[in-house]
Design a protein around this ligand. Structure first.
Ligand SMILES: [Zn+2]
Length: 487
């Protein structure tokens, strides 16, 4: 049997975080009642003229810069003509021959290996409206134009991906990057990050590409993986049984667990692209491009490297903590605050905050697109860890205090004070407690004297119990050994 190799290219439509649409002043806000956010321009009333949104163009430039694309100083909007009810003008304003961003790349990691995936281009275009299909025999379809005209970038990858795992890794990395630079909110549920996949297979060793199927509008990372895997298997089945794969558009049906044919694929010439005569060319000066480059925030990859070098994090920890822009910010703020509050070295502070955030804070964190909800402020976590640093409490008690902080919203110092959790470092108090326990446990003392020194664990346990875990364990151990040896 012939062995086949999958060839996958992805087209991602990412909604840009602009308050207004691409060619009019209507808000892009999600969730308004249908057709609330419309005007003559985005409804395509006769005589209405589009005016490009400068902010959206600049966000698209920043996306290009973050993906190391060639940013063009001169690009052109074109009309993509087709008929569909969600497209009031009868054409979509997009870019064709002269896109804003040319070739770039994104490096992904799969199975511990880094692979460079080429970006063919990134162009700017407007979104279509949304058809809402009713169900049942008398069902009608209504069109909601709120989304029509929303600014998008389409990021087209080279056909460099060879498995569903690589496709998923690419999408996750791309989404993280766009979220970090503030171009996209990463919200798959609300449709602001959508993906089409071009999938074909070819015999291993063959240069020429096979006929591809385009999988449309897959809106979750899990579905992308499943849809691509299914499509590869389907095409293999067709070829193994002597058939030919036809070029077509397919969609993923989660209910049926397979891809389904939608229509035979249009070629670019079917869209009769031509430059939009209503819109002048988009000009972005070299100077402005450099300003936008300088304004880019630190990218997640650079953050991870810096944290490993300066804050002593492992690659794994740096990866977890840079998984979301707000979590990254939280970690950095808590670390900075701990450094200010205690004499800890940067590497120790980074490690302590990193461990605590991962072990205690993250399980209380919920994210929704770019939003993230934290149980307590980063400065409060720093304050708590500073109490561990100066010996007021130990690490175990810190967890208990943190739980109270989450529950009550109170600061760590108040909780430690109120609940009497401060570590007993007063050796007199510990000594009195140890003496009392030794007095009450003659059998265990005798065992210790017989050389069964591991019985010391029993004594430590008793002291900790008596002090409700507040005794400094190091002091307890020292005092125990001294008093036992004196007996
Ligand atoms: Zn409008």
């Amino acid at each position: 049997m012939t062995a086949y190799e999958p060839v996958i290219g992805l087209e991602v439509h990412a909604q840009m975080r602009s308050r207004t649409k691409l060619f009019c002043g209507c808000p892009t806000e999600y969730g308004a009642p249908p057709n609330e956010h419309t005007c003559p321009v985005c409804l395509a009333l006769p005589g209405a003229l589009p005016v490009p949104n400068e902010k959206a163009i600049e966000l698209a430039v920043q996306a290009g810069l973050a993906l190391e694309c060639e940013v063009e100083t001169h690009s052109v909007f074109a009309r993509k003509n087709y008929f569909y009810p969600d497209l009031p003008k009868g054409y979509q304003i997009s870019q064709f021959e002269l896109p804003l961003n040319g070739a770039g790349h994104l490096d992904i990691e799969v199975d511990g290996e880094t692979k460079r995936i080429g970006i063919t281009r990134i162009h700017v275009e407007e979104d279509a409206a949304k058809n809402i299909h009713g169900t049942g025999s008398t069902a009608v379809t209504i069109v909601d134009f709120n989304r029509g005209g929303t600014p998008l970038i389409e990021i087209v990858s080279d056909p460099d991906l060879r498995s569903s795992e690589e496709a998923e890794a690419y999408l996750r990395k791309l989404r993280d990057l766009l979220m970090f630079i503030g171009v996209n909110d990463g919200n798959l549920e609300e449709g602001s990050f959508r993906c089409d996949a071009n999938v074909s297979i070819r015999p291993v060793g063959q240069e020429e590409l096979g006929t591809r199927a385009e999988l449309k509008n897959i809106n979750s990372f899990r579905f992308v993986k499943k849809a691509i895997e299914h499509e590869i298997a389907r095409q293999e089945g067709v070829l193994q049984s002597g058939g030919t794969v036809v070029q077509e558009t397919r969609t993923w049906s989660e209910a049926q667990g397979k891809t389904i044919s939608m229509r035979s694929k249009e070629e670019a010439h079917d869209y009769r692209y031509f430059p939009d005569p209503d819109l002048p060319p988009v000009v972005v000066t070299e100077e402005r491009i450099e300003e936008l480059r300088a304004a880019l925030p630190e990218l997640p990859e650079a953050k991870r490297e810096r944290w490993q070098k300066e804050l002593g994090l492992t690659e794994y920890d740096a990866g977890v903590l840079s998984g979301h822009p707000e979590i990254a910010k939280y970690f950095e703020e808590a670390t900075r605050a701990l450094l200010e509050q205690s004499g800890t070295k940067a590497k120790a502070a980074g490690k302590k905050v990193g461990n605590f955030v991962q072990a205690e804070v993250l399980r209380h964190v919920t994210t929704d697109g770019l939003e993230a909800l934290f149980p307590v402020a980063p400065t409060a976590v720093a304050e708590l860890l500073a109490c561990v640093e100066d010996g007021t409490i130990n690490g175990k008690i810190a967890k208990k205090v943190f739980a109270s902080m989450v529950e009550t919203g109170t600061g760590p110092k108040v909780i430690i004070e109120k609940q009497g959790l401060a570590q007993v470092t007063d050796t007199g108090a510990i000594e009195a407690e140890v003496s009392r326990i030794l007095e009450a446990s003659p059998a265990q003392v005798a065992q210790y004297k017989d050389g069964k020194t591991n019985v010391i664990g029993y004594f430590v346990g008793q002291v900790m119990k008596a002090t409700k875990g507040a005794a400094n364990p190091k002091a307890v151990n020292e005092i125990l050994r001294r008093l036992l040896d004196e007996r």
